[in-house]
Write a protein that binds this ligand. Structure first.
Ligand code: SF4
Length: 695
């Protein structure tokens, strides 16, 4: 990194899945200047508030500089030998499924690849899951059911080419701000219409033609109504339907769906359906409001059904579009970082896929069944089935639903390793072994953003103390566990080449993900790698999927999924009369480990709060800025009341960023129950039930 001082270096912003390019200039003394990269296809020079404040968030205060073993500073040799020994002993005594890794969409693809290879190929368990399970697992499940693989069909350009953009459960203006800027710029030019479907009136509604303030969980009735109206209005694409299966069943479910369950007047629903039918180019962007639900996969398929029925997919300005939260959620999906996936979009359940990957890795075995998904994983930690746990770059003691129970489970686990940039997190404080990892701008690798563009992150700053990149830490543990050849990596470039070569074997199975053209990059080529969207070879649809009606099920056809409304799992009652929605604010990222270092980011919304409707506040005797206590069956929190008619009556909203370190009484996920979608395993983070009392 020192060699880069004074030179502008291309990298990628780590604060959301838009994946904006940035130009970094280190001053050689730990300082950094950051500007948007005008040549990066995601942002073309734009940055949002978080991206513009990046330089303020790289300070070294609170950074972990050396390994810590049982509370005392230790050397790397001692720490890594202990990790290798304890994992090996646990597996020998209790079997591979007694070990688990819980990783993060903050990891670079190379880190993710090594973690996945170590767990699935060599430890011999599929117990590796990622905090992306909390973010987009329902989209993965919906894609796989409809398309036969987890492929995002469209590109960012589609937002600019659409005539109608529908935002479902997405506050794009705050959570993916540069995409929202691109959308507004296109709207100024071509008059794009915007519809927001969200129980809350968010900043994304400011420029919208229409806001459907649906009931929590009301998405399926909305899109079933749309499918029924598309049928009745003669708006189906019969030619495209010939490339699909299951339409009749999906239509039957839609025609019998009760539109009143959407929670808005049917006339409003029909106005939305009319708008859809009046525009040929429609993009539906959806995010956590859809995914974080016990019926998240069905909600995703309800949306996909409408795009498939009209052939509005995979052509310019058309398609369903899942926007991911984390910088490398997509890279994690591609390397198989989820407990139910294999590398390169191959399937764990498929014996041919397993044997091809096992052979490529030279691995003793690849498990034939999915591992434990996040919520199940921490339950297994809690009841002692998992005895050795490695948590990497994430803070589950705060961010998992039922966070108090998760914290207790980690505390009671026989052996816990945490790799992070700081030891001052609720989770790191519970570790037996704490490993200092390099942070953004200190490490090299790649990330994949929401439209499948692979970009480089590059190091320009020295890591503090003896901190090391995650791939390096994981590989050394692999070597110390006895798998020297398989983990003999010296650079991230070597790992990337291996990963790209592995993707080449997917061709024999007719899969979508193939970046093998990058497998012969030399070190200089890897270093100079420009943003590249897969598929890497040009297609007739301009880098999109499915416009040609070719899908990845064995028969090459798409599948409709019949969906019926299921309300959120927790029911309101007299004890818990309010529905609690949780989410992000504009200027903080996750648990604020880094964004809280920037005074201007922290100035936007400085403390944890609860949004509540004026009529509900009046009934409770709550005035603006009062402190309120919020109880759910799982836990409690104390928050500052903000009274706003952006909330529906009977519903409250609280942001999820504050932790035991920053606001001990405001750990929001302590209120959220561990209910999950039966298909995707994604928890229902937006529909806890609570009562609110004035303090
Ligand atoms: Fe960073 Fe996302 Fe903002 Fe782009 S939109 S600058 S990736 S936080």
């Amino acid at each position: 990194p020192a060699a880069h001082a004074g030179t502008e270096v291309r990298s990628t912003c780590p604060y959301c899945g838009v994946g904006c390019g940035v130009l970094l200039t280190a001053d050689g003394q730990g300082g950094l200047a950051v500007r948007g990269d005008p040549d990066h296809p995601a942002n073309r020079g734009r940055l949002c508030s978080k991206g513009s404040a990046l330089a303020e968030t790289v300070g070294l205060s609170g950074r972990l500089r050396a390994p810590v073993v049982n509370g005392a500073e230790a050397g790397w040799d001692e720490a890594l030998q202990l990790v290798a020994d304890r994992f090996r002993d646990t597996i020998a005594e209790h079997g591979p499924d007694a070990a688990a890794f819980y990783v993060s969409g903050q990891l670079l693809t190379e880190d993710y690849y090594v973690a996945n290879k170590l767990m699935k190929g060599f430890i011999g368990s599929a117990n590796i899951d990622t905090n992306s399970r909390l973010c987009m697992a329902s989209s993965v499940a919906g894609h796989k059911r409809a398309f036969g693989t987890d492929t995002v069909p469209g590109t960012y350009e589609d937002l600019e080419q659409a005539d109608l953009v529908v935002l479902v459960g997405s506050n794009l203006a705050w959570c993916h701000p540069v995409l929202y800027q691109r959308l507004l710029a296109a709207r100024a030019e071509r008059g794009t219409k915007i519809v927001v479907i969200d129980p809350r009136r968010t900043a994304s509604c400011d420029q919208a033609e229409m806001h459907l303030a649906i009931a929590p969980g009301g998405d399926v009735p909305v899109f079933n109504r749309l499918l029924a109206r598309l049928y009745e209005g003669g708006a189906l694409d019969k030619e495209f339907l010939a490339r699909t299966n299951g339409f009749d069943d999906a239509l039957r479910a839609a025609l019998t769906s009760d539109p009143d369950l959407a929670g808005v007047p049917v006339a409003q629903l029909d106005a939305f359906c009319d708008l859809w039918m009046q525009h040929d180019k429609v993009v539906t962007i959806y995010s956590q409001g859809v995914n974080q639900s016990t019926s998240g996969s069905d909600k995703v398929n309800a949306i996909l059904n409408c795009h498939l029925a009209t052939g509005r997919i995979g052509t310019p300005g058309c398609g369903p579009f899942s926007v991911t939260g984390q910088p490398n959620a997509m890279g994690g999906r591609e390397v198989g970082g989820l407990a139910n996936m294999l590398a390169c979009h191959l399937d764990l359940e498929n014996p041919d896929h397993r044997s091809a990957v096992r052979e490529f890795w030279g691995a003793p075995s690849v498990p034939d069944a999915p591992g434990k998904k996040a919520v199940e994983m921490f339950r297994a930690v809690g009841d002692g089935r998992i005895k050795a746990l490695w948590i990497i770059h994430t803070n589950p003691a705060v961010t998992m639903p039922d966070a108090d129970a998760v914290r207790a489970a980690i505390q009671g686990c026989d052996f816990v390793v945490v790799s992070d940039i700081t030891g001052a997190t609720d989770t790191a404080r519970l570790a037996d072994v704490l490993l200092p990892a390099s942070a953004w701008a200190e490490k090299d690798g790649t990330v994949t953003n929401s439209d499948r563009t692979i970009s480089r992150q590059r190091s320009v700053l020295p890591a503090p103390g003896t901190a090391r990149p995650d791939w390096d830490i994981l590989a050394e543990v692999g070597r110390r566990m006895g798998w020297g050849t398989a983990f003999d990596y010296e650079t991230p470039a070597e790992i990337f080449r291996e990963y790209a070569a592995l993707s080449g074997i997917t061709g024999q199975f007719g899969r979508d993900f193939d970046i093998s053209a990058l497998s012969d990059l030399d070190d200089a080529g890897y270093d100079a790698l420009s943003p590249a969207r897969w598929p890497l070879t040009p297609t007739r649809q301009g880098g999109r999927f499915f416009g040609d009606g070719q899908f990845f099920h064995p028969d090459g056809k798409a599948r409709f999924i019949p969906v019926t409304h299921r309300p959120p799992a927790a029911r309101t009652d007299r004890r818990y009369p309010f529905r609690l929605n949780t989410g992000r604010i504009r200027d903080q990222w996750h648990t604020m480990t880094r964004t809280a270092l920037s005074p201007r980011l922290s100035a936007h919304l400085a403390e944890p709060y609860l949004d509540i409707h004026p009529a509900d506040a009046a009934e409770l005797g709550v005035s603006p800025a009062d402190l309120v206590q919020v109880h759910s069956p799982a836990g409690q929190a104390i928050l500052r009341a903000r009274i706003t008619d952006a909330q529906r009556r009977g519903e409250v909203f609280a942001p999820m960023h504050w932790t035991g370190e920053t606001a001990p009484s405001a750990r929001i996920d302590a209120l959220v129950p561990g209910e999950t979608d039966p298909v995707s395993g994604q928890p229902e983070s937006k529909a806890a039930v609570v009562r609110v009392t004035r303090l």
